[in-house]
Design a protein around this ligand. Structure first.
Ligand code: AMO
Length: 429
């Protein structure tokens, strides 16, 4: 029976292992083969004068990144990774890798991001890359658990849609028989409709598609959104929920991924509850004194503005009370001051992680806001109708999964947090 490499110890005396040949070091009379599987490394030492003939033949023929099966005696060894090594009695090449490799898996030669993404299956053999996806898995697991334990219903909504949710521009049109259709930018309209359906607390973790032209280190054309909607809740309630979800994700990573964090060598700490809240007006004031370009009340926050405010804050924080004019039509204006609305962004010092709001639940006010934004209510009929038949007050948010992982692990590029990124130039692999 095959034993995971991390479980190979001298106490076993003998072991059968399968792994990839991560490194080969031939010292003449002695050759080392560092095997790798998803659990770790194991050194195989072939002593040429003592090894069986069949072992010598395979050991000579094998190339890096081939898959091999080795049976042999396990011994202590000070210099080997994990303080032990295996002395092969049999050495079988299960799948030989061609040479040269498209990418160096042992990290001796660092490849360009494009080469790495073109050969993602090889890139993901690198422990530093695998660690990111172990961590993403732990974060996703914790988020699903949190919602399940809090009584949320996990929903799956269609990604083929007839209308824009976040405004008209960033849509990918698709060929859908004789109809006009698009890839969905956000489950926004659907999660709101499920409030009309009486589900009360829903969430979805799924793809969103944004036809943004710009190619940056923090935008993808296909991203993963963690979307939430809650009835009988206001913006403050869902900001509180958002903090809890973020902290739950960090806590599970902290608890279950210490090896992966060590592999990545990142400075990891769980954020503290009670993220500070800045109003949009306060945020603009901070940006205005810190950045060179002009910025005034009513402007969107540019990347440099976000960075300046982030530096000042130094931890996760919220920006609240946005001008109604620059937030989507569905954000609820304050009753006594309708120029500002109950929308918020949740920020990491490096970038925006989430947007959310208490939503408008009154049909006529919603139609008014859609018209105000220069959009046409006709295109939204399926969405607007539920607001006429008993729509509860509700609030929600969306968090970008890749940005969450990118900021959690201080990754330089959002592409590091997704297995097969889709960007302005990439649709393969
Ligand atoms: P918004 O458009 O701000 O809000 O998106 C929410 C979060 O999703 C992530 N995100 C992206 N990540 C990578 N690449 C992209 N192109 C991209 N676009 C968005 C970000 C962002 O903060 N319907 C609202 C949410 C709501 O109010 O419930 C929405 O989609 O982390």
């Amino acid at each position: 029976m095959r034993i995971p490499l991390k479980d190979v110890t001298p106490e076993l005396e003998t072991a059968e292992v399968i792994g990839w040949v991560h490194e080969i070091r031939d010292l003449g009379g002695l050759a080392f083969y560092i095997l790798r599987d998803r659990t770790g490394f194991l050194q195989a030492a072939v002593i040429k004068k003592k090894a069986p003939e069949a072992v010598l033949i395979a050991a000579k023929e094998v190339s890096r990144e081939s898959v091999v099966r080795i049976k042999g005696v396990v011994k202590e060894s000070d210099k080997a990774p994990g303080g032990r090594e295996i002395i092969p009695e049999s050495f079988e090449i299960i799948s030989k890798a061609e040479t040269p490799l498209p990418l160096d898996v042992s990290d001796k030669v660092l490849a360009e991001v494009d080469t790495r993404l073109d050969n993602r299956y090889l890139d993901a053999r690198r422990p530093k890359v695998a660690a990111i996806f172990q961590i993403r898995n732990a974060a996703t697991h914790a988020i699903n658990d949190y919602f399940y334990n809090e009584g949320f219903i996990n929903i799956t909504t269609s990604k083929i849609v007839a209308a824009a949710t976040e405004g008209g521009t960033e849509l990918f049109p698709i060929a859908y028989f004789e109809k006009e259709a698009f890839l969905n930018q956000s489950p926004q309209l659907y999660k709101q409709m499920m409030m009309a359906a009486g589900f009360e607390k829903v969430y979805e973790i799924g793809p969103i598609f944004r036809a943004e032209e710009h190619n940056t280190t923090r935008h993808l054309n296909e991203a993963t959104s963690i979307d939430v909607e809650v009835s009988f809740a206001d913006h403050n309630d869902v900001m509180d929920l958002l903090e809890n979800v973020i902290i739950a994700a960090y806590e599970n990573v902290d608890k279950t991924c210490s090896d992966a964090i060590e592999t990545l060598g990142v400075d990891f700490s769980v954020p503290k509850k009670g993220f500070p809240k800045l109003t949009y007006a306060e945020a603009i004031d901070i940006a205005a004194v810190s950045i060179e370009e002009d910025i005034a009340y009513g402007d969107d926050l540019s990347t440099s503005a976000e960075r300046a405010i982030g530096e000042e804050m130094g931890e996760h924080y919220f920006i609240t009370d946005w001008p109604t004019s620059i937030k989507p039509y569905y954000a609820m204006p304050y009753e006594n001051e309708p120029e500002i609305c109950k929308a918020f962004d949740m920020m990491h010092p490096r970038m925006e992680l989430s947007s959310g709001a208490q939503r408008i639940h009154q049909h006529d006010l919603l139609v008014e806001q859609i018209l105000q934004k220069g959009m046409s209510p006709e295109g939204f009929e399926f969405y607007l109708k539920p607001f006429k038949y008993g729509m509860p007050p509700h609030a929600g948010w969306g968090v970008g999964m890749e940005r969450l992982i990118m900021t959690m692990l201080d990754l330089p590029n959002i592409r590091e947090a997704v297995l097969f990124p889709r960007d302005r130039h990439r649709v393969t692999p």
